[in-house]
Ligand binder design. Sequence first.
Ligand SMILES: Cc1cc2nc3c(=O)[nH]c(=O)nc-3n(C[C@H](O)[C@H](O)[C@H](O)COP(=O)(O)O)c2cc1C
Length: 209
Amino acid sequence: MTPPLPEPLPADPLPVVAAWLAEATASIRNATAMTLATVEPDGRPSARMVICRGFDPQAGWFVFYTDRESAKGQALAAHPYASLVFHWDAFERQIRVDGPVTPAPDADSDAYWATRPHDARLAAIVSAQSRPLASRAALLDKIAETAKRSSADLPRPPRWGGYRVWAERVELWVGQPARVHDRALWTRTLARASDEFRGGAWRATRLQP
Ligand SMILES: Cc1cc2nc3c(=O)[nH]c(=O)nc-3n(C[C@H](O)[C@H](O)[C@H](O)COP(=O)(O)O)c2cc1C
């Protein structure tokens, strides 16, 4: 059984998040996959999986990479806020994170792009994510065609890059016997400083399951 959260609760939830991510990553494939919920331009919610490619517990952001002209990119342009959910059944743990979203710095997107295999770069360059496609064969043809006439290094297209989700609310959940699960919520105020946010002190509250 996974132990419940400490009593009293830690002042800052992000070191706990870091420890949980490290534990999950050590034994679970794609452990940093997370649900990303956004608000569509028309105000409706929409959720999909993405991979968390970085987390800075000091600054308080989580980063994922995507096509910024995709449906999620358009949602974030209209409403720059997101909710994230991680869940690892083997550990009976859930993490929820809510907060504002900013584009990741270009240097970070370039650095992550440089780690992507050639095929993955090619696919990202050719695929206009979330747009209709006449057939799968049409996309494969376009990939083959682009591969023939592109330079070997395949630079990052400007529409492809990262988004940082800044932790303003963090909820940790641990499954416990007899469904008396353990939950705690941390909230703080974020102050915007150009493309970043600075977090105030966290307030921690245990919640009924
Ligand atoms: C496990 C998993 C991980 C994924 N990771 C990413 C990712 O990191 N970035 C991304 O753009 N799409 C990722 N996808 C695909 C998205 O779920 C989604 O299909 C795509 O981003 C288009 O979403 P949108 O139309 O809402 O913009 C992933 C899918 C799965 C199942």
